[in-house]
Structures are given as C-alpha cells and as structure tokens.
Design a protein around this ligand. Structure first.
Ligand code: NDP
Length: 451
C-alpha cells in the first residue's frame, strides 16, 4: 500500500465521525501523491503525513452566557491549533449553529496550505462556536463574545495564535472579543485581526479578498496572452467578496454583468453599478430587488424551486466566471453551460463553491480553474499584513497595503503554476496550490525535527 493510502486509512480510523475533515484530508493527500511518491522514504521516516493530519492541539470549552430574559445559555467553543511550522496559528472564528469539531478541523487543515501559499509567516488554525448570532441583541452578542474570550484568551497571543473573523464573526464581534482579551490579559497587542481602523485594523482589509481574486485572475489571463480589457465576467454573490471583485474587475476594464444573493440574481447587460450595489447591500442591507428597481437595464430573477439560487448566473455568456457566494453553488450542469458558452477561466472567490464533478469537467475541457485556497487568499494575506502593522505599531496607507496584496497574489499564481509544472501537471492549479503550500510547511517541519 502506498504511504498516502496508509495514512488515509489511519486518518479514517481515527476520525470516523468527522466527514468534512475526512473529505478535506482525502482531497489534499490525493493531490499530493506525486510529491509524496518522489520523497516517500524521507516523509515516511519522519511521519510527515501522520503529523500534518493531526492537529497540534484541539481545545473545546463551555461558553455560558445570560440572554436578555435572564436565562443562562450554554454553547460549545472550539479552537483547533493545527500546525505552526511556519508561523503563529492563524484562522477565523466561525459562529454558526452547524459548527462542530469536525468542521473546525477541516477548516483548520485547509488553512495550513492557504496560509503557506501567501508566503507570509502564518500557521494554520481555526475556531468558533455553535452559537447563532442571528436574531440576538447587541447585549447578548457581547455577553457571548466576552464569555467565549474569557476561556480562549488562555490559548492565544500575538506570537502564539491570532484568530480572525469568519461566518458570523464580523467587526462587532471582533471588537467585543478584543476588549475582553485586553481586560483579562492586561495588554494591547495584535491578538485578533479584522479590528476596527481606530484600534489596529488595516486599511484595504475590506477590499482584500475581492481585489486579490482579480489580481490573481489578471495575472493568469496575462500569462495566457490575454488581458482583462473588454472581458465579460459573471459573478455570483453580492457580499463582501463579490462587491470588491466586481469593483476591481471594472477598474481593470472588464464588464461584470451579474450578481446574486440567496433570494435572486441580477443580469445587467450594461454592467453592474457597483455604487448602487454597495448602497443596496452594505448600507440598506436590502434584497437585490431594490437594485433592479433602481436600474432600468437590470433584469431580476427570483429564486424558486425550479430556479436554484445563483444558478442562472452561470447561464450568461462570459469569458470569466467568479463564484463568490457560498459552497457548492456551481454544479456540473453549470460547468457544462459555462464551457458551452465559451468561458475560459473560473477563479473561486468563495470557499469550495465548485463541486468536485464541476471542477473536473472544467479542467478536462481546458478551462483555467483556480480554487479558493489560492484565489481567495488575499483576505488572510491582508490579515497577516495587519499583524505586521500591529507589531511595528504603524499603520500603512491604503496604497501600500494594496500594492503588497497585489504582489502577494501575483506571486501565488506563479508559485502554483510552477509547482504544477514541476510535477508534470501543467495547468492543474488545484494540485499546484496544494503542492506549493505543502512543500513550504514540510521543509519547515523537517528542519525543526520531531515536534
Ligand atoms: P457575505 O456574507 O458578505 O456574502 C455572501 C453572499 O453570498 C451574500 O450576498 C449572500 O446572499 C450570498 N449567498 C449566501 N448563500 C447563498 C446561496 N445559497 N445562494 C446564492 N447566494 C448566496 O460573505 P463574504 O462575501 O465575506 O464571503 C463569501 C464567500 O467567500 C464565503 O464562502 C467565504 O467563506 C469566502 N471567503 C471570504 C473571505 C472574506 O474576506 N470575506 C475570505 C476568504 C473566503 P444574502 O445577502 O441573501 O445572504
């Protein structure tokens, strides 16, 4: 049995009740086969795969808090510190009722490779709670965040583990958590990222994931002898990633003609009006029907049982498709439609928006496909730039952060392209991303001995 298969068996046996974690490990290890086979003896002797699939530690704790009726509520908190071979653990805190240990482990494992790809010194970790922030008052949110941080503060620190936002954890939650950390530990340090601009946050963090996605896409297109100028782009989502992806694509001379939310999608052949979209989504927090009502050229399509959310976006003829909404939103039938319409390039702004079957179909039909691990790494890269600014006790200008972000994304593209070529898989940017991320971490692990 090959070393990869042996370790996959072992991971399955040890983590049988964690399907998401098993899926992530299986996908990553399978794509690493050529690297592992080329170094089998060394990796086996040093138990590299056994070590990289076992978190350094996984912390689970009780989070008691009092709701507005005076009732004590109890949630479960998690922090999985997966691997710190190349830097302090770094990864978001997800607050969502679906959160469990397996999901946090899956996200923490993936984070190791994404963080490594940024070329910045950050290890992999993830955390969160099964707490649902929806419908809670500000006081309840603060009560939860303070209780959560009371326990979490024992395990994190600016040089140890630096959590960030994720689903359900935005600027408000980060603020409450930062305040509690400061109170308990008696120190002001860059222990969390995604902070407000008045207390250590970084300019350009809001734009980072969407802008970064376009910097990488532009480099990919350029290396295939084309430019963004005049390209038609379809985007799904209408949140943080989608809005800034559309904005940057327009600045590059392309035209984005779609966006979507969970209740419907827009086709605007004149090009999405980003200022209007921001007004509807960021200011009014309204549905896309308001966008359609304010813009003559826009066609609105309601989601129905027969019309899956976002699906319509992939029917529109385009050169480039950027899924920026949610997981599993681009299915095999969508991939077929994109290929039939002549789409040349798909880069993922969201995490896992393209199903495995759709990914395979796109790759087999010559579409340049870059997965989220590489394409949306601009968010975490800019969080690492926030850490650098906090360590220096300086704030960089928007232009400075943005220029660094652009350099990082261009570099990521070349790293994943080179890695794929080195192992005879030219054009397979998914394998290239896993390999490039893995190699750096493994070299650091080997250099640091058995730990
Ligand atoms: P937001 O919550 O700001 O936006 C998500 C958007 O997707 C919303 O417009 C939402 O619609 C829409 N959406 C959600 N579910 C569906 C669905 N089932 N069908 C169609 N549309 C849907 O999130 P972000 O933009 O921050 O994140 C988007 C993705 O990018 C996620 O996968 C996230 O993990 C990933 N990501 C984000 C990063 C960041 O820095 N923000 C960094 C790296 C990855 P509605 O308004 O109706 O809820």
């Amino acid at each position: 049995m090959s070393y990869v298969d042996e370790v996959l068996e072992l991971v399955k046996k040890k983590n049988a009740s964690e399907p998401e974690f098993l899926q992530a490990v299986t996908e990553v290890l399978n794509s690493l086969r050529p690297v592992v086979e080329a170094n089998e003896e060394l990796y086996r002797k040093n138990a590299i795969l056994e070590r990289i699939t076992e978190p350094d530690r996984q912390i689970m704790f009780r989070v008691p808090w009092v709701d507005d009726k005076g009732q004590v509520q109890v949630n479960r908190g998690f922090r999985v510190q997966f691997n710190n071979a190349i830097g302090p653990y770094k990864g978001g805190l997800r607050l969502h009722p679906s959160v469990n240990l397996g999901i946090i482990k899956f996200l923490g494992f993936e984070q190791i490779f994404k963080n490594s790809l940024t070329s910045l010194p950050i290890g992999g970790g993830k955390g969160g709670s099964d707490f649902d922030p929806k419908g809670k008052s500000d006081r309840e949110i603060m009560a939860f965040c303070q209780s959560f941080m009371t326990e979490l503060s024992k395990y994190i620190g600016a040089d140890v583990d630096v959590p960030a936002g994720d689903i359900g954890t935005g600027a408000r939650e980060i603020g409450f958590m930062f305040g509690q950390y400061k109170r308990i530990r008696g120190m002001f340090e860059g222990v969390l990222t995604g902070k407000g601009l008045t207390y250590g946050g970084s300019l350009a963090r809001t734009e980072a994931t969407g802008y970064g996605l376009l910097y990488l896409t532009e480099e990919l297109i350029k290396c295939h002898g084309e430019s963004m100028q005049g390209k038609t782009v379809v985007v799904s989502g209408a949140g943080n990633v989608a809005i800034y992806a559309i904005q940057k694509a327009h600045q590059m001379g392309a035209k984005c003609v779609t966006c979507s939310d969970s209740t419907g999608w827009i086709y605007d052949p004149e090009g999405i009006d980003v200022e209007l979209l921001k007004e509807v989504k960021e200011v009014k927090r309204a549905r896309l029907t308001e966008y359609a009502a304010a813009r003559k050229s826009a066609q609105y399509h309601e989601v129905s049982a027969a019309n899956r959310s976002g699906a319509g976006v992939w029917q529109i003829k385009c050169d480039i498709a950027l899924p920026c909404a949610t997981q599993n939103e681009l299915l095999l039938e969508d991939a077929k439609q994109l290929v039939a319409n002549g789409c040349k390039c798909v880069c993922e702004g969201a995490n896992m928006p393209t199903t495995i079957e759709a990914t395979k179909y796109l790759q087999q039909n010559g579409v340049w496909f870059v997965g989220g691990k590489a394409a949306n790494a601009g968010g975490v890269a800019t969080s690492a730039l926030e850490m650098s600014q906090n360590s220096e006790r300086l704030s960089w200008s928007f232009e400075e952060v943005d220029a660094k972000l652009q350099g990082i994304m261009v570099n990521i593209y070349h790293n994943i392209d080179d890695a794929a070529k080195r192992y005879g898989m030219e054009g397979n940017y998914v394998a290239g991303a896993n390999i490039a991320g893995f190699e750096k971490v493994v070299n650091a692990m080997l250099a640091q001995g058995v730990c």
